[in-house]
Design a protein around this ligand. Structure first.
Ligand code: ZN
Length: 564
């Protein structure tokens, strides 16, 4: 049975996630905790974990899981790895070409070339090429239709223009909506294939200089990702609702509703320029035009060939689970997670958050070694296979659903992190708890309090913002009121805990002043890019560790409540 967030929360607030006896203890605990967080060490861990490609089923991603396990044990935690067998297709072959472009054949570059001085040039292992996991394999040839961002309103506009995508290959740009929906809508409207590119207007040269001179996406960079129909259910497409153990009952691929049917690829804006530039039909509406040096058109006559073939066997994934047992309420769990798999190196997404999580684990381990005892059990997790479809976190939640429903009182998530202002999402009932744990946290660059910076940003929601954002702004403007929290949707590992188990959930991350968007899910999300453009000195990754670590050592008053 689904337990309501409210019920979980009532227990949480009454008993607190508290482990300290008095506020004085808390002050001493937090200062000892903070003293154990070392930005240089965090940077070293990040460099080590991001040295080679870390996609699901890659050797380095597995080596990272083993290394993370060893770290937890060295820090004094009881830790183990749990494995699941999930459907995760990997590309075998792919092609995108124009057989005859002005008398010559042309083909797209479906790998990003290495950049000297960057991990993309020094790594030895295989990097995934352009790829959209859970697209449908196929081999098609058809003219293109440009559909802007490829969302519902864009198809309405297309209909007004009297243009159909039936039998055509759709080309759409990233932004203004979930990537999977772009391919799904193309499929639903009868397209036979789909291409998604990143327009320089959105995350390329129109924003800032491109990598390696600046942080933004270079002409050859592209955004990998999942296009599974996540709105149906996250997790393994073949085992909805149950843990994907070896002996689990499985759907066939044909039965799975979350897999798409048409071939699809992400491409660079360098290649998009050629494809869009070869179109010769109807000129695109004003607000459909990006910043490439071409006339944007909706239709064209040049046939384009798109072929994708994947290998669809089950792959083993590795979740690291580490525990510090509670001394007083061992059957009340505070669960904390971040994923460790990436699309390529994954330095910003997710290893910046993973490194912060390790720093917390080390600091908590040191507190335990110095005599501190958590009253409740703390469970730290390092998820595998978040990128394809929240696989590691969802399968663990499904596998342990009964126990989690009885014991878990809070799930705390993080993912990629960077320079900037605190983002924290969760249910309204957790506002008091979050407000309390922000006390004493200071921004490393400005010296302002984390609380003040976040309130200032929320207050900037202007008249054009939606009503909810303006309400948050009004609440943030009143220092006597609790810190407002963003409502949580989906898109990271908290999904199964919030939406399936109904747990009280928080999601933390700093950002907005670093520049990770230009390398998001590309081969250039590297240690070099992160340390230069996203979090120089790793001070915000360290701040994330201090911020999240406040929760398990929080001073919320203990009530005389036994385990639920
Ligand atoms: Zn991530």
């Amino acid at each position: 049975m689904r337990r309501s967030t409210l019920l979980g929360l009532a227990g949480f607030l009454l008993t607190g996630a508290a482990f300290a006896q008095t506020p004085n203890d808390y002050a001493s605990l937090t200062s000892r905790f903070d003293a154990a967080i070392n930005p240089t060490e965090i940077g070293g861990w990040l460099k080590l974990m991001a040295a080679e490609p870390n996609h699901v089923s890659s050797p380095h991603n597995k080596a990272n899981a083993d290394w993370i396990l060893k770290q937890f044990r060295d820090f004094g935690w009881d830790a183990h790895i749990e494995t699941y067998q999930v459907l995760y297709p990997t590309p075998v072959s792919e092609a995108l070409d124009i057989p005859n472009l002005n008398g010559k054949p042309w083909s797209a570059a479906l790998q990003e070339k290495p950049i000297p001085g960057d991990s993309s040039a020094t790594a030895k292992d295989y990097a995934l090429p352009a790829y959209l996991a859970f697209q449908g394999d196929g081999d098609v040839t058809a003219p293109l239709v440009y559909v802007n961002y490829g969302n519902v309103d864009d198809y309405k506009r297309l209909e007004q223009l009297g243009i159909s995508v039936k039998g055509k290959i759709v080309i759409t740009r990233y932004g203004q909506g979930w990537r999977g929906l772009k391919v799904k809508l193309a499929q639903d409207h009868g397209a036979v294939g789909a291409l998604i590119y990143s327009d320089p207007a959105d995350d390329g040269y129109s924003v800032d200089a491109v990598y390696p001179d600046g942080p933004m996406r270079p002409p050859q960079g592209f955004q990998r990702g999942s296009v599974a129909d996540m709105t149906i259910y996250p997790g393994d497409p073949l085992t909805p609702g149950v843990g994907a153990k070896a002996n689990a009952k499985r759907l066939t691929r044909e039965q799975s509703p979350s897999l798409l049917k048409i071939p699809a690829l992400p491409i660079s804006y360098g290649d998009a320029q050629v494809l869009l530039g070869a179109m010769d039909g109807v000129v695109a509406p004003d607000n459909w035009r990006g910043h490439l040096g071409i006339t944007y058109r909706v239709t064209g006559n040049v046939p384009v060939h798109l072929a994708v073939k994947s290998e669809w066997s089950l792959k083993t994934i590795y979740d690291v689970i580490a525990t510090l047992k509670g001394s007083q309420y061992p059957d009340q769990w505070v669960v904390r997670g971040n994923h460790h798999d990436g699309w390529v190196f994954g330095a910003s997404d997710p290893l910046s958050g993973q490194s912060a999580l390790l720093a917390e684990a080390k600091a908590l381990g040191q507190l335990v070694k110095s005599g501190w005892k958590p009253k409740r059990t703390i469970v730290y997790t390092s998820w595998d296979a978040e990128e394809p479809m929240l696989l590691g976190s969802t399968e663990w939640a499904e596998d342990h659903a009964d126990e989690l429903k009885k014991k878990a009182i809070l799930y705390i998530n993080s993912d990629g992190n960077g320079r900037g202002i605190l983002g924290v999402g969760g249910s309204e009932d957790l506002e008091k708890f979050v407000s309390d744990t922000l006390a004493g946290l200071t921004d490393p660059e400005t010296g302002q309090s984390v609380d003040a910076r976040r309130r200032a940003r929320l207050r900037m929601a202007g008249p054009m913002a939606d009503e909810h954002a303006r309400a948050m702004g009004r609440q943030a403007a009143d220092p006597s009121r609790n810190m407002p929290l963003e409502p949580l949707g989906s898109g990271s590992d908290y999904s199964a805990y919030l939406q399936h188990l109904g747990l009280a959930t928080l999601d933390y991350g700093y950002g907005g002043e670093g520049r990770s968007s230009g390398v998001y899910h590309s081969r250039y999300d590297t240690y070099e890019h992160h340390s230069k453009f996203v979090d120089p000195g790793f001070v915000y990754d360290a701040l994330l560790a201090k911020t999240v670590g406040r929760a398990p050592i929080s001073p919320r008053p203990l009530a005389n409540m036994s385990a639920k």
